[in-house]
Design a protein around this ligand. Structure first.
Ligand SMILES: [Zn+2]
Length: 61
């Protein structure tokens, strides 16, 4: 991962060391990207799909 080399703007240490809250928040975001985003994206996709179907049905009728 590229964030291993990323230097924090807040504490000027590598983000991977997690020295300050900014580093830790960044790491948390990186780690939860795959586990946290997928269910959310799925729900969003479903909502868009339902809206598209409802819109299509409304237009044809
Ligand atoms: Zn930092």
């Amino acid at each position: 991962m590229t964030y291993d080399r990323l230097v924090c703007a807040n504490c000027a240490a590598p983000v991977s060391e997690g020295r300050c809250p900014v580093c830790r928040a960044h790491r948390q975001r990186q780690e939860s990207f795959f586990t946290g985003v997928n269910p959310m994206a799925l729900v969003a996709l479903l909502a868009v799909l339902i809206a598209a179907v409802a819109l299509l049905a409304h237009q044809t009728v």
